[in-house]
Design a protein around this ligand. Structure first.
Ligand code: C5P
Length: 219
């Protein structure tokens, strides 16, 4: 075990969606299945890492070796991530965190009326950007970008703006890539903005490719 490349290294992975409450029975969410993040957590653990997996609501079952922290909202994910970050040497933020949440959470179920309903939303904290600011030189931070248009430019912009070491782009334009699918097609950019394009693969094999890219920059 000691010979494994990430033996004993503390790694944090986020996975799945977040749910932002509207009232006690309703929420705003998204289609993230958590498959990519769980596959990554498993691969990193196989490489010997001591993995903390911070997961939003998903049906995925992680392996027993992972330290799993279940969260629901973006705020809970933020708190779990910031609590674990200082000791973490590699962080991979795969979760589809909500960008907005209802400004008021109704304490009782909202009743239906004849008129429409306005929900006022406020921004959540961008966890990845926050960690990018807090990051020390020896820490590695990997983000994801899911785009529908002008994807390479947005991905590179994210890498710089959020102070990332790698950004993994997956496009919704590729069939078989993205949310619920068991396969994914990615492009990885490093800090030098060098691009590596990968074929469509199972999410397990995609996770292996991402780990290989991480191993190249591990300090
Ligand atoms: O800016 P955008 O949301 O497209 O960036 C996506 C990346 O940022 C993903 O790695 C995602 O996990 C992370 N993120 C986050 N907190 C948010 C929004 C996104 O950590 N509130």
């Amino acid at each position: 075990k000691k010979s494994l490349p990430l033996f004993g290294k503390k790694v944090m992975v986020t996975a799945g969606p977040t749910y932002e409450a509207i009232d006690p029975v309703r929420f705003i969410g998204n289609h993230s299945s958590g498959k990519m993040g769980f596959a990554l957590a498993d691969e990193l653990a196989k490489l010997g890492a001591d993995v903390t997996l911070i997961a939003g609501p998903t049906a995925q079952k992680g392996s027993q070796t992972l330290k799993r922290i279940d969260v629901v909202s973006a705020q809970e994910m933020f708190e779990a991530c910031t609590a674990a970050f200082e000791e973490t040497v590699i962080t991979v933020m795969c979760a589809a965190v909500a960008d907005y949440r209802p400004k008021q959470v109704a304490t009782q179920k909202i009743k239906k009326h004849d008129s429409g309903l306005f929900l006022e939303l406020e921004k959540t904290t961008d966890i990845l950007a926050y960690l990018g600011k807090a990051k020390k030189p020896q820490q590695i931070l990997v983000g994801f970008a899911l785009e529908t248009n002008d994807e390479e430019n947005y991905a590179k912009g994210k890498l710089e703006k959020k102070n990332l070491d790698l950004v993994v782009l997956n496009s919704l334009n590729d069939k078989g890539a993205g949310f619920k699918s068991d396969t994914n097609k990615i492009t990885i950019f490093n800090k030098a903005l060098e691009r590596t394009v990968f074929e469509m693969k199972s999410k397990t094999d995609v996770a292996k490719d991402i780990c290989t890219a991480i191993l190249k920059i591990v300090k």
